[in-house]
Design a binder for this molecule. Sequence first.
Ligand code: ADP
Ligand code: ZN
Ligand code: ZN
Length: 732
Amino acid sequence: VTAPTSPHILKVALDTPLRRTFDYLPPPGVAGRGVQPGMRVAVPLGRRRAIGFVVGVADTTEVPPARLKAAIELLDPEPLWDAQCFDLLLWAADYYQHPLGEVLAASIPAALRRGAPAVHALAAWQLSATGLEQLTGTGLRLGPRQRELVERLRNGPVVAAEVSAAQLGPALRSLARRGWVEPLELPAPAPAAGSATTRAPPLTAAQRLACDAIAGSLGGFTPWLLHGVTGSGKTEVYLDVIERVLAAGQGALVLVPEIALTPQLVGRFRGRLPVPVVTLHSSMTDAERLEAWQAARSGAAPVVIGTRSAVFTPLPAPGVILVDEEHDASYKQQDGFRYSARDLAVARAARHRIPVVLGSATPSLESLANATETRYRKLLLPERAGSAGKPRVGVVDLRLHAARDGLAQPVIAAIERHLADRGQVLVYLNRRGYAPTLFCSGCGWIAPCPACDARMTVHMARARLVCHHCGADAPLPFGCPKCGSEVSAVGQGTERVEQALAELFPQAPLVRVDRDVIRRRGDIERALEEVASGRARILLGTQMLTKGHDYPDVTLVAVLNADQGLFGADFRASERLAQQIVQVAGRAGRGHRPGEVLIQSAYPENPLLVSLVTEGYEGFALRALAERRDAAWPPYSRLALLRADSPERGEVYAFLRAAAAAAPDLGGVRLLGPAPASMERRAGRYRAQLLLEASTRPPLKRWLEAWLPQVEQLKHPRQLRWSVDVDPIEVD
Ligand code: ADP
Ligand code: ZN
Ligand code: ZN
């Protein structure tokens, strides 16, 4: 190693699963001191050119001089991220124990990973000094096309796209050959500003209090939990806070769950705010995402509304971060870099020293515990903005009442009553298809998925059996493939309930909403328009109904199967169920008629269900938190999972046992397993896991840091995959 005069070794993180950085010399002609962490470089990697991220510039390297290569090209004149966001990413890689290069790559639009520019500029041409000189002279012989182009260029630079649009390409090339024109880049025009045509309603007292409290915290880090019942006007609070932030010359980052990013929500923001608002979500093209990201980073669009990965959007001057429906599971990335955007939003706000608002009608138990322990400050919007009050909630005991195709008699009677009163009815069943089971009464055969430990779901309209876990499908058999006896569909999905409702209430037009009928962009809007216009009287659907949409004329909500959630394999199953019930109930009955909610259950005395019905979500949450404390589940413990899967069952357990044997000799962490996943075989792969549990984070982190490098060294067959999940949201 030669003694360097200045730091000149680039530490580069590459988009690979390796937990290390790679050393390079700066590209030719670039000084080490000109390179900053957060810039992209193109580097040679084996025989190919890879794009990596500079994470440090050092004096020394372990790489022998003969093997040390130079980077090919520096791609950015400035770091991609603001300093706080970059620091967040470094921290997150460490916290989630994920390779840094993959973390950095996952945080930016795909086009940037491939080397697209971070600044949106338009290629253009202008007259060069020689060009100006020559063209002022006389006696120049120019063709008509060339003359036209020169006329345009005399008025200033011309965008390259306009040159080709006007078919002046050949003329341009002939001027360029003579050195009379030169390329330059013009800044891209800013996205269109919002119309600011709607005005805020006069805020309710509770909204006022919340807005003032948050506004009073601007300029410093405060995490807020905004617990507002559905329809209480949380979005109005967000808008008010954003207006104040904009007035201070700053911007806002708004995170929303994937499905809530509807045109209506974005329209509401654009209709109110006088600045460009950009969105970032998965149904945008790579080019659209790149442009939105560039506009956010440059400050051209001071308001960004996006899903999970938008938490990493660089902003020149963020003033607040808002996380809507903070309890939503879609904030947790479920493969690769398994981060929680909700948690990272809080960590990011701390780095910018700005407030972060976590809003929900059904806050996660984690956030409620944080509020109780005063890490978060709590704001309440206890009532719906301008309407009828809370719905009545009742339980229908499925042991006492006969059910017809999943509909108990009291529920059928209630539907009849509400329809007769000109109300709309919402029927909620979180299971699509016709029936979850195809059963042979002759021999007891149940149609299994060939690739999963699961039953095939009957889809009658398509006459097929479909596995909802791996997508496998097969024709619906006429008889039992084992004994030839008659087979029957057991249990209910939305398709079957739709038929039953159509038979019971032939006069009431019905709209069904689930993934089998809502497949394309715009489908859901069309379906909900049927409901909004009043043409449809019954709305039937899955979880798709619980998010982002309001049904003001719905007066009855019937939840057909609460028991799925009460006895789920995961410790969060009951929390999810309570959230779904409260969300779906809360979206209904916003008009002036009070609503009614009926929950069908075969376990009406279940304490969690009782507290939900009698005391609402708060009562449920208190009881559920007490149960979590007793069982030492999060938020009263910290978890991490090491998952492995392979087509060979034996390989999975051999690997996990070897990993367990490599456990460090450090206290404070309990290692449980290997244990099979609750569905051990899925899509032809066997799945099992080790569960790590600690009462606080620091020992768990130390433990993982000591352990994972050992796990990484373990030899295993190529077809075996493994991953680490810190703070998993599902442990089944
Ligand atoms: P949330 O986000 O809590 O579900 P929204 O902000 O969407 O609630 O508000 C629900 C409905 O109530 C919307 O139609 C909204 O326009 C209306 N609303 C909100 N705040 C007020 C208010 N202060 N006065 C009148 N209407 C309001
Ligand atoms: Zn049979
Ligand atoms: Zn399957």
